[in-house]
Design a protein around this ligand. Structure first.
Ligand code: TYD
Length: 168
């Protein structure tokens, strides 16, 4: 099996339901390594980029609000990159199918997901669906410096006049 990386998001409903520990424990069964982790305030731009392939779907606008945390008083998600052999499939299996009603009841989405009255699937977590999506998503949510292993090529550049926060 190939060494892969995959993006996991603990979505706002997952955070609100206090599922972080539970999801991380389930994912540790895979024996994959965590290569990066961040708490991210999701901007509209990031949300739209992340779900770019779904643009035009009837649920798109609601989906953007959902991932931005507008329905859960939690304007953040937890983003992680899992690294190791067959990472994409292994994580996707624990995550479960997109529709929580159809997901294996023992999967995260099957156990904790729901369909809202407006028809949105609130399914607690995201996991990249395939290698192309994993690469696109990881590069969207993480910079190379935030990952301890690199499977995609990186380049070095000298930056001038970059504004950065530091401790005052
Ligand atoms: P998608 O990328 O198709 O699935 P997955 O998250 O399993 O890779 O869809 C993205 C999210 O959009 C999905 O997690 C929940 C939401 N969604 C709906 O609310 N309704 C739908 O009919 C679909 C297909 C997705």
């Amino acid at each position: 099996m190939a060494i892969e990386q995959t993006l996991v998001l603990i979505k706002p409903d997952g955070l609100k339901k206090s599922l972080t520990g539970n999801i991380l424990t389930r994912l540790s069964e895979t024996r994959l390594e965590i290569a990066g982790a961040r708490i991210v305030r999701v901007t509209k731009e990031l949300a739209k980029e992340h779900y770019a392939l779904l643009k035009g779907k009837p649920f798109f606008e609601e989906l953007i609000k959902y991932i931005m945390g507008e329905f859960h008083e939690r304007r953040k998600v937890m983003a992680l990159v899992y690294h190791g052999e067959g990472a994409i499939q292994k994580v996707r299996e624990i995550c479960g199918a997109t529709n929580p009603e159809e997901a294996d009841p023992a999967s995260i989405r099957g156990a904790y997901g729901r369909i809202t009255t407006s028809g949105i699937y609130e399914n607690a977590m995201h996991a990249s669906a395939n290698p192309e999506e994993a690469e696109r998503e990881i590069k969207l949510w993480f910079s190379p410096e935030e990952l301890v292993y690199h499977i995609y090529p990186v380049k070095e550049a000298e930056l001038k006049k970059v504004k950065k926060l530091s401790w005052a």
